[in-house]
Design a protein. Sequence first.
Length: 284
Amino acid sequence: MPASGTFGYGTEYADLVAVERLGAIVTKGLTLIPWEGNPQPRLWETSSGVLNSIGLENIGVEAAIRERAPVWATWTVPVIANIAGHTVDEYAQVARQLDEVEGVSALEVNISCPNVEKGSLEFGTNPEMASQVTAAVRAATSLPLIVKLSPNVSDIVSIASAAISAGADALCVINTLRGTAIDVGRRRFRLGRPAGGLSGPAIKPVALHMVHRVAHAVKVPVIGCGGISTTEDALEFIMAGATAVQVGTATFGDANSMIAIIEGIEGFMRCNGVTDLSEIRGIL
Ligand SMILES: Cc1cc2nc3c(=O)[nH]c(=O)nc-3n(C[C@H](O)[C@H](O)[C@H](O)COP(=O)(O)O)c2cc1C
């Protein structure tokens, strides 16, 4: 499935990618009211990744329900709405609005965005706050709940456990790693803010390690995310314990990279006599 924020609301890609072949669509993070995001520049390509400082620009939950959900409802592919907020109550309100919306199959709670001043990452770096936001969203919806974790922590397992105790049905591991880049000639940061979030191949080993740690410590499904751009990358995450994977930055280089990965996994299974991914999941 696509990683949130790299595939719009799914609808933008429908003419380019056979969206119905994907495991699910994950939307850009939705907030209570539309957010404008951060000052430009918001993207900087590094030697093996991308720094972004989008700042959760989005159309807001009401517009998503009004304009996008009717399209999602016509698809057979499940749509997972990624949600964010400045406060626990904002998360709960967004979740409540999305509950029972036709076309929305699950929520992914972003408690790990490094690009907003207030909220998001604050909730994902402290077990008590991760627990509070998860419990509030859990109380606001009957939809399946995925909590998306940050790598910018000293002990990701403690945050994972707190989210599960508060009602998470699954986890997504990981969001971007905080980073920056400097234009030496102009003596300025490359992004409009002093820091952004690093994604792409550069973060794959970190993500893989965290997925391995979390998947072996918890009993709920873990969605692996971070630097996946090839079939082999995806299989590494599955062998590390991921139930499913998300692809983000790789889509910017090739809109159809997810389809190539799905076909590659099918080919790997055929060539290696694997009839069900559970035969290789978490074998390490
Ligand atoms: C431009 C951009 C925007 C993103 N927006 C969101 C977002 O709105 N919500 C979220 O949970 N993660 C967001 N992310 C993080 C990705 O979903 C993903 O966790 C991260 O990029 C690592 O995966 P990748 O290396 O495959 O890109 C964004 C990433 C990028 C590059």
